[in-house]
Design a binder for this molecule. Sequence first.
Ligand code: PEP
Length: 256
Amino acid sequence: MQRRALVAGNWKMNGSRDSNAHLIHDILLEVRKYPDVDVLVCPPAIYIESVGRQLDGSPVQLGGQNLSEQEKQGAYTGELHGSMLRDVGCSYVIVGHSERRAFYGETDAVVAAKFRAAQSCGLTPILCVGETLQERESGQTEAVLARQIKSVLDACGIAAFKQAVVAYEPVWAIGTGRTATPDQAQDAHAFIRGQLAGADARISNSLRILYGGSVKADNAESLFNCPDVDGGLIGGASLKSGEFMAICAAAQSRSK
Ligand code: PEP
């Protein structure tokens, strides 16, 4: 089945008003060359609104990097409710990034609650899953992916995946310069799709599954040409307009 490509930039905790303005300016010069690709940027929360103003009228969409799992707004100092992300123009939000799982103690249960909170505010969650190097080397990759997917499936149900994106991000490939081979990526993506197909084959077939982990201009094409890879979640390379646009070009020209 034909799934529309998505290339999402996760800026993480990087940037300034000035550098953001330059980056977006350069992206906007190029982005219309890639009409078959959904392009998304996820700036640090404090910059979402100003980046959104600059994106106004463009095809580039806006996303958050994190949100609170709380159902309602209230006394949760430092937290951001999904409705606030919607209010400033976000349509997506990343949940369960490995940095949040590792540095901020987000458990599968918290990630599932964030996935639910995102959808209840009309945001499309980008659910990140992936194994550590030690888990891969000890043959646990599929068990880890199955556990991470199942916790969201159990909490939210298969219908929730109609309006969601999954990102396979092997932890050992994030920010390390070490990328999964196309075969490793394809195997993991097919496994994830298979897990969801057990609940509903049609939903699983239409779900976009992104690859993330040291995607660059020179490896994007081979990854995006894998049958179950529908685009990328891009960290470091999303901060350089030339790299990011070359990755969008690879998504536009994939042979599917
Ligand atoms: C990420 O943080 O989601 C990511 C994929 O980072 P990088 O591209 O830098 O490996």
